[in-house]
Ligand binder design. Structure first.
Ligand SMILES: Nc1ncnc2c1ncn2[C@@H]1O[C@H](COP(=O)(O)OP(=O)(O)OP(=O)(O)O)[C@@H](O)[C@H]1O
Ligand SMILES: [Mg+2]
Length: 546
């Protein structure tokens, strides 16, 4: 970037920096965002396609989850990255609707581009879009149906809708039941409704058998086996110790030499070590522990003594699992065995090692805290299990959303059509060019039923006109029924979505679109050059090596 003063160029930016301004910058940003939206379009809805993504290590992911697709695409362009942020926010806030929000954001930008070409100033468009988003949110509140936060039948239908668009849709009934039961079990009643922390639901996956062998377990499941074959495989009325220290003799940090002069001394030395380990195990026995779950290692000798005392021990338990176990069993994680008291022990009705597929896992069931649940996902291959995990995450979030704000809407683009109708009416009450922006916002929302129809191989023009006519008649819940290929009442066919998801879609996509529209200057600094290597390379090695 330079300018001329008296024939002398004044340089402001570093060499290699680039700058684009005005309409060029806007156009480039809009185009980048649109490309991102276009990339996920074919994945929307129950008839959407999946994507196969291969990362730089050659690992393959097969998914139709908007956020995962964009994450794996490793996008570089700054405006396109903002679209990835939209998907991220959507996922973090409500867990579903990531593809929808990115598609609408792309459409809002492409409509804005046509307005800019008609000489409507971006700030006018931004104001119009903001007003439209507010009106759209109001409309959603109006058409939503209130349900009971514990109405399992209705909530399960929403869970099934979120899974209808995934690879695992064949088992959506079965998995929907599991997701609903799991969330209702961890929901906590508060003064103003229910609160759900999805993190309370532990998810373990193990390839093998089929999706319908997925189980909801009342307790915690560890992907670990007992450390010693001589240990009991089943302990009832388990008194559980959680240890965050190694059950072994601590190694000194410095080297020491011991001079041993006779075999007796070797014997004594080893005996001493043995006694120390035995004392550790005795300490646990004296507190009546019969299950030991250790975050660190367990020495061979310690394993042997524990087995002799009929204690089931598991080593190298993950930190996150230790936290879950502490919450579930009421145990306190001890770091020093000398400090252990009976009060630190936790309780579970049953601790059992079971064979799952080719591996052994440890089940801690009937915990002191009934809120502890684990979903153990099974499925034909690793990729199915991974996608089932992502889909279950969406379903769990959807159920959580409804339990926290028990209002539902129809799927199949019905709420988008109703918002579009309300916005078109609202636009007429607005003066000047803002009206145009609100109209375009309305049109942009129709991209959802259009895409659902396109992905199902239907003629979008026919469907959209049919939907418009139905909504004019006041049928607020009519959307694209992808099974029959016609307009259908979503309430009748039971395609429900949480209001929280739809509200977040409107918020995230309108914010992203306005953010991108507000940019009229892109200044990119040149790539920093890597400093020259010292002679002899980074480690001082001579060029030819030693
Ligand atoms: N049986 C159905 N009939 C019609 N539309 C459906 C049906 N089931 C789901 N849908 C619609 O599919 C859309 C959701 O598709 P999808 O799950 O692929 O995208 P998303 O939820 O926006 O993003 P993601 O799930 O990737 O986070 C919603 O509009 C939903 O109403
Ligand atoms: Mg979804």
């Amino acid at each position: 970037m330079s300018t001329q003063v008296g024939g002398v160029p004044v340089l402001i930016l570093k060499e290699g920096a680039s700058r684009s301004r005005g309409h060029d910058a806007q156009h480039a940003n809009i185009m980048a965002a649109q490309i991102v939206a276009e990339a996920v379009k074919s994945a929307l809805g129950p008839k959407g396609m999946d994507k196969m993504l291969v990362d730089s290590f050659g690992d393959v992911t097969i998914t139709s989850d908007g956020r995962t697709i964009l994450d794996e695409m490793d996008i570089q362009h700054p405006a396109a990255k903002m679209m990835v942020e939209v998907a991220k926010t959507q996922d973090d806030e409500v867990g579903d609707g990531t593809t929808t929000s990115v598609i609408i954001a792309g459409e809002l930008l492409s409509k804005a581009e046509t307005l800019i070409e008609k000489k409507v100033h971006p700030t006018v468009i931004i104001d119009g879009y903001r007003k439209a988003a507010e009106k759209a949110l109001e409309t959603l509140e109006k058409i939503a149906i209130k349900i009971s936060p514990t109405d399992k039948k209705m909530i399960k239908k929403a869970a099934m809708t979120s899974m209808a668009s995934k690879l695992v849709s064949g088992s959506k009934d079965y998995l929907g039941e599991i997701a609903t039961s799991a969330v209702l079990q961890v929901a906590v009643k508060t003064a103003d409704g229910y609160k759900v922390d999805i993190g309370d639901i532990k998810v373990e996956k193990k390839p093998g058998e089929s999706l319908t062998d997925t189980r909801l377990i009342n307790g915690v499941v560890l992907d670990k086996e007992a450390v010693h074959s001589g240990m009991p495989k089943r302990v009832e009325n388990a008194q559980i110790v959680l240890i965050d220290a190694a059950l072994e003799i601590e190694k000194t940090e410095f080297d020491a030499k011991i001079n041993i002069e006779s075999p007796d001394q070797i014997d004594a030395f080893l005996k001493q070590e043995e006694n120390m380990i035995k004392a550790m195990v005795d300490k646990l026995v004296s507190k009546d522990a019969n299950v030991v779950l250790c975050q660190k290692g367990i020495d061979d000798l310690a394993q042997h003594f524990l087995a002799r005392k009929n204690i089931l021990a598991v080593r190298r338990v993950k930190k996150s699992d230790m936290e879950a176990l502490a919450k579930a069993t009421g145990a306190k994680v001890v770091t020093n065995l000398d400090d252990i008291t009976k009060k630190d022990l936790g309780y579970a009705k049953l601790v059992e090692e079971r064979k799952i597929g080719d591996d052994k896992m440890t089940f801690i069931e009937g915990c002191k805290n009934p809120l502890a649940v684990t979903i153990l996902i099974r499925g034909g291959t690793e990729r199915i299990v991974d996608e089932a995990d992502r889909s279950l995450h969406d379903a769990l979030c959807v159920v959580g959303d409804i339990v926290e704000e028990p209002k539902i809407l129809g799927g199949g683009g019905a709420p988008e059509m109703e918002m579009a109708k309300a916005l078109k009416e609202y636009a007429e009450s607005l003066p000047g060019r803002e009206q145009l922006a609100v109209m375009e916002f309305a049109e942009a929302l129709e991209v959802i039923p259009t895409t659902l129809a396109e992905n199902a191989g239907l003629d979008p023009i026919d469907i959209i006109s049919e939907l418009r006519a139905e909504h004019e008649k006041g049928k607020t819940w009519v959307g694209v029924d992808v099974e029959t290929g016609k307009a259908g009442d979503m309430e009748k066919i039971g395609v429900f979505e949480p209001i929280l998801v739809k509200k977040q879609i409107i918020k995230s996509c309108s914010e992203a679109a306005t953010l991108i529209l507000k940019i009229d200057d892109v200044i990119a600094s040149g790539k920093t050059k890597t400093p020259p290597m010292p002679p002899g390379g980074p480690s001082g090695m001579p060029p030819g090596g030693y």
